[in-house]
Design a protein around this ligand. Sequence first.
Ligand code: ADP
Length: 371
Amino acid sequence: MNWLAHIQRRLAWKLFASYLVIVMVGVVVLAGVAAFAAPVALERHLERMQALAGADPALAADLRTNFIAAVLEILAVAAGAAVVAAIAVSTFTARRIVGPIQEMVRASRRIAGGDYARRVPVASQDELGMLTQAFNQMAETLERIEARRMELIGNVAHELRTPLSGIRTITEGLADGVLPAEAETFQQVQREVARLQRLVQDLEELSRAEAGQIPLDRRPVAPVALVQGAVERLQSQYADKGVALEVEVLPDLPAVQADAGRVTQVLLNLLGNALQYTPAGGRVVAGARAAGSEVAFWVRDTGIGIPAEHLPHLFERFYRVDKSRSRAGGGSGIGLTIAKHLVEAHGGHIQASSAGPGRGSTFTFTLPASA
Ligand code: ADP
């Protein structure tokens, strides 16, 4: 039963077979009706002719035979025409249905092989057209995810290179006797290892934040407590660098519905950045104010500022305004990305503004007020 298996594997053959079945049923029904009804009708007409023109039994028998033969002949011609029509219609329909499906099969094989740029032309507005559109959308999403994956791998490799080559240089210097085996040399290695550890921690945190896997323990918290708590933790570092740190929380603010630990993490990140990018003698103010049904938290510094063209990209992974500068300072460029995810997980949003280079920056994020 090879031909049956062949028909079962091909949509075009199945379509043709279904038309053929309809044609055959039609022919059988017609033949059946003709076999019963035609002799009765012929008999009636013959009787009327015999009554009018007199009887000739031989002529009547001849008429009967020829009439049945003519009916069968007409049926055979009609059945042939119907089969030809079935072939034509099934070929046309199959081309319209099977063509795009085969195109999609080819495209999905190419995509499975890593060619994410493949798309299928949308040829109709019907369900098949919708399927093609959905397929193309899927391919587009896959292409975007793949591009982000490649970008992430490239970025991580790039980030690992600096501390690793630092460690390599020091250990080679030690091995060659160029560097002395003293405390300062080992502290340099420790600093590079610490950078690597920080990067790995940030990456772990980022991947959990991007996957929405950071659980939030949200309770009503007073904004002033959040700002004060974060400021107190960094007070001594600010004092060491000689940057003033102040708090400016408006009174009577509603409590926010938030995970205090996570909001503190965001504030520490913003205050840490403000300290890093503000020279000694500068000033940083952290505060909170009401903003409709939300509370807006802000950190404003008098630091190096941010050129306008960089503002829209600050929250992207690994984005740094001055690549060499912040890498040397140990920044991984993902602190703000994590902060954005944390704020958005609370239902808020975060943004940065700056009057330009040398004119300071302000980072503001909102959190919903507790009902
Ligand atoms: P990093 O760990 O490099 O600081 P972030 O994601 O926290 O990474 O910040 C991304 C970039 O945004 C920084 O590299 C820096 O160029 C810029 N930036 C962040 N905060 C400030 C600020 N207060 N003043 C000036 N530039 C800033």
